[in-house]
Design a protein around this ligand. Structure first.
Ligand code: HEC
Ligand SMILES: [Cu+2]
Length: 353
C-alpha cells in the first residue's frame, strides 16, 4: 500500500481517537481502509488540480491582462494525457476493489459457522452448540468466523463497522459474511437498511473473547441442546423420517452425507448441496427432484420457522454416517469433521440445462 506500517497505525489511531473513523478490529480492516484512503487521496489530487488550475487561470487570463479571448486549438498530447492517466487510476481501483471483494466474500474453509436471524427488530444469533443470543454475538479472537444470515420478515442489513463487514439479510435466502476479529473487546452491530419504525433500535454488540474465555463462555451459555439435536427432534416430529429413514426400502433418499455432495436431478442438471440447497429442498421440493425418486415429498412452506429450518439444516449437515447426532458443546467444532464445507454461496448453485 506504499505507506509505512508505523505511519499507517498512527494515521488510523489518530482518526479513530478523533471519532472520525471506526477502530480496525478485524484482519480485513486495514485492507479495506487502504483502498478507502487511496480513493480519498485520488479524489483530493483531483480536487487540488482542478482547484489550482481554475484559480491560476482566472488570475492569469483576467480581463485587464487578456481583454480579447484567444482561440486555442486542440492538443492531442494533452487530451491523451488526461484520458490515459485517469483510465489507469480507474483500472487500478477496479482490480484492487475486485481482489478485495473476493477476499471479503469468500470465507476460508476452516471458518466456524454461526447463524444469524434478523427480524423486526432484533438480531438473533444461534450457535451450532446450542447457545442462543439476542442483539449480542460472542466470537473468539484470532479465528475466522462465518455468519450465515437470513431474515424472518423484511430486508435488513447486518453491519459491524469495526470489522468492515456489512451484508444484506434477506427473507428466503441465506447470505454470508465472514471476519476474523483481532482484538478482544466489544463492538457495535447495526442494521444498515431501513426496516421499519424501530430500525434505529435494531442494534447489538459483538463481544470478542480470547480463545480461553470463549471456551468458558460456550460451556456456560449453552442451552444444553445443540442445533443439530433440535433438528433431530424436528425431523422426527415432522415425520421426515417416515421417508428418510435411511433404509434401502425407504421412499426418500438417505440424507446421511448428502451435505457437500453433488446431486443429479431428474432434469439432468447437477446441484451442490449447501445450506441454501437444503433449505430450499425442504420448502420447495417440487423445484428440484433428485434423479431416481418420485416427486412425493410435500412442501413444508409456512410450517417451519427460520429457526426450525436452521435446526434441520444443521442436523442434516451433521448426519454423516447415521441418523444420530452427538451432543456438541463447542459451537461449530463438530462441523470440522465434515469432508467439505460448501459455503460458497448465498443461493444454491444450479447448473441450468
Ligand atoms: C412423503 C415422503 C417424504 C417426506 C415426508 C419428506 N421427504 Fe424429503 N424427500 C423425499 C423424496 C422422495 C425426495 C427425493 C425427491 C425430491 O427431491 O423431491 C426427498 C428429498 C429431500 C431432500 C433433498 C436431498 C436429496 O437427497 O434428495 C431433502 C434435504 C429432504 N428431502 C429433507 C426432508 C425433510 C427435512 C423432511 C421433513 C421436514 C422431509 N424431507 C420429508 C420424500 C420425503
Ligand atoms: Cu433491520
Amino acid at each position: 500500500m506504499g505507506i509505512s506500517p508505523v505511519l499507517w497505525q498512527f494515521l488510523v489511531k489518530w482518526l479513530h481517537a478523533s471519532a472520525l473513523f471506526p477502530a480496525e478490529a478485524s484482519t480485513i480492516s486495514p485492507y479495506t481502509d487502504a483502498l478507502y484512503f487511496f480513493l480519498l487521496a485520488m479524489t483530493l489530487v483531483g480536487l487540488l488540480l482542478v482547484g489550482v488550475l481554475v484559480f491560476g487561470f482566472s488570475i492569469r487570463y483576467r480581463r485587464e491582462k487578456n481583454p480579447v479571448a484567444t482561440q486555442v486549438e486542440g492538443s492531442t498530447l494533452l487530451e491523451a494525457t488526461w484520458t490515459i492517466i485517469p483510465l489507469a487510476i480507474f483500472l487500478v481501483t477496479f482490480v484492487w476493489g475486485a481482489l478485495l471483494y473476493f477476499r471479503i466474500y469468500d470465507p476460508p474453509a476452516n471458518a466456524m459457522n454461526i447463524y444469524v436471524v434478523g427480524k423486526q427488530w432484533m438480531w438473533k444469533a444461534e450457535h451450532p452448540g446450542g447457545q442462543h443470543e439476542i442483539n449480542a454475538l460472542h466470537v473468539p479472537a484470532g479465528r475466522p468466523v462465518q455468519l450465515t444470515m437470513i431474515s424472518q420478515d423484511v430486508f435488513h442489513s447486518f453491519s459491524i463497522p469495526d470489522f468492515r463487514v456489512k451484508r444484506e439479510v434477506i427473507p428466503g435466502r441465506y447470505t454470508t459474511i465472514w471476519f476474523q476479529a483481532t482484538t478482544p473487546g466489544t463492538y457495535h452491530i447495526f442494521c444498515t437498511q431501513y426496516c421499519g419504525t424501530q430500525h434505529s433500535g435494531m442494534i447489538g454488540e459483538v463481544t470478542v473473547l480470547s480463545p480461553d474465555d470463549y471456551q468458558k463462555w460456550t460451556q456456560q451459555s449453552t442451552s444444553g441442546m445443540s442445533l443439530a439435536q433440535n433438528g433431530e427432534r424436528l425431523f422426527a416430529s415432522m415425520g421426515c423420517n417416515a421417508c428418510h429413514s435411511g433404509n434401502a426400502a425407504a421412499r426418500g433418499p438417505n440424507l446421511a452425507g448428502v451435505y457437500g455432495s453433488k446431486l443429479t436431478l431428474t432434469n439432468g442438471s447437477q446441484v451442490l448441496v449447501n445450506d441454501a440447497y437444503l433449505r430450499d429442498a425442504i420448502l420447495n421440493p417440487s423445484q428440484h427432484i433428485t434423479a431416481g425418486y418420485a416427486p412425493i415429498m410435500p412442501t413444508y412452506q409456512g410450517q417451519i420457522s427460520e429457526d426450525g429450518l436452521i435446526d434441520l439444516v444443521e442436523y442434516i449437515k451433521n448426519m454423516q454416517s447415521n441418523f444420530r447426532v452427538q451432543q456438541t458443546l463447542m459451537t461449530s467444532e463438530s462441523n470440522q469433521a465434515a469432508p467439505t464445507t460448501p459455503t460458497e454461496g448465498t443461493t444454491s448453485e444450479t447448473v441450468k440445462p
